[in-house]
Design a protein around this ligand. Structure first.
Ligand code: NAD
Ligand code: LMR
Length: 329
């Protein structure tokens, strides 16, 4: 039976991540090889022409699953009927900009996008915010979409999760597929906490397999947490293909389920689990079952991890206070 196409809205479509993302969505990697897609691209007016150029290239790939590509500079039109919304476009921090200025500038993007999702997206819309500061941008959009269940709004920490997998695999000289149950906690920022204490590597825990506290504290955690800045330093631009890859991983798992015996990391609405204040969009260990993210429960958190989770969650609370002062949540 012919499948109904899924409407995928991508903001910031003419940007770097957009260019790495759209071709993979159109080839079936986001939703699977049997699911046709309609791409709905949102850009600011100055970048619409570039997005149209990308749309021409998408046509030129003759992807069998790609049913249509439309370019918009109006959020209401772009999110109309959206089943999946990838919010990539954001206002980057520029020289001399304080955190409050950055949050305010992004409020100007994510508030109307949340309203547009509320007004016209499909009932089953799944929202992934990639544009930074991702957790707070997701909170702003969610706050302006009161008719959409809050759990449908997420922010991306899958790139951090994948970075942590690679770093640990290198250290242990194993394949990434041999590592299960890693966790990123907190904010997609340098305060995030990559946790290997519950990770499993061929029958032992990640921490026991490593057995090197100095490496954990002085190399692993800072390398993962500051990887975004290291990529910017090396490339002269922020990560794009790896960010697009992580967005694909996040949505694919959300829709299709996470593998048995493993979990992943995603920033989802806190229900108070692990002492993270309710209503913050924070990274947790999560599984996807029946098309919904669930926070993995019952993990023991020792004082080393507790301290680090608390630092990142405090930063999220401060960001929430700042956007509340601006009237954005
Ligand atoms: P980019 O500057 O190349 O592209 C951003 C695009 O967004 C531009 O084309 C711009 O015109 C567009 N845009 C701006 N405002 C918009 C709006 N209101 N509506 C629609 N489009 C809009 O940036 P990029 O490299 O593609 O990165 C995008 C964002 O993703 C940045 O905020 C970056 O910091 C973030 N990022 C997040 C992660 C993560 O792991 N969460 C990783 C890498 C990058
Ligand atoms: C990343 O983690 O690569 C990005 O979030 C970095 C950035 O500031 O764009």
């Amino acid at each position: 039976m012919a499948q109904v196409p899924v409407n995928v809205t991508v903001t910031g479509a003419a940007g770097q991540i957009g260019y790495a993302l759209l071709f993979r969505i159109a080839s079936g990697q986001l939703l699977g090889p049997d699911t046709p897609v309609n791409l709905r691209l949102l850009e600011i007016p100055q970048a619409v022409q570039a997005a149209e150029g990308t749309a021409m290239e998408l046509d030129d790939c003759a992807f069998p699953l790609l049913r249509s590509v439309d370019v918009f500079d109006d959020a209401r039109q772009a999110f109309d009927g959206a089943n999946v919304a990838l919010l990539v476009g954001a206002r980057p921090r520029t020289k001399g900009m304080e955190r409050g200025d950055l949050l305010e500038a992004n409020g100007g993007i994510f508030k109307p996008q949340g309203e547009a999702i509320n007004a016209g997206a499909a009932d089953d819309v799944r929202v992934l915010v990639v544009g930074n500061p991702a957790n707070s941008n997701a909170l702003i959009a969610q706050a302006h979409a009161p008719d959409v269940p809050a759990e449908q709004f997420t922010a991306m920490t899958r790139l951090d999760h994948n970075r942590a997998l690679s770093q640990l695999a290198k250290k242990l000289n194993v394949q990434v597929s041999e590592i299960k149950k890693l966790t990123i906690w907190g904010n997609h920022s340098a305060t995030q906490y990559p946790d290997i204490f519950h990770a499993e590597v061929n029958g032992t825990t990640g921490a026991a397999a490593v057995n090197d506290q100095a490496w954990l504290e002085n190399e692993f955690i800072p390398t993962v947490a500051k990887r975004g800045a290291a990529i910017i330093e090396a490339r002269g631009a922020s990560s794009a293909a790896s960010a697009a890859n992580a967005a694909i991983d996040h949505v694919y798992d959300w829709v299709n389920g996470t593998p048995e015996g493993d979990w992943t990391s995603a920033a989802v609405m806190s229900d108070g689990s692990y002492g993270v204040p309710e209503g913050l969009i924070s990274s947790f260990p999560v599984v996807s079952r029946g098309g919904q993210w669930e926070i993995v429960q019952g993990l023991e958190i020792d004082s080393f991890s507790r301290e680090r989770i608390d630092v990142s969650v405090k930063e999220l609370s401060e960001e929430r206070e700042a956007i509340a002062k601006l009237g954005l949540v």
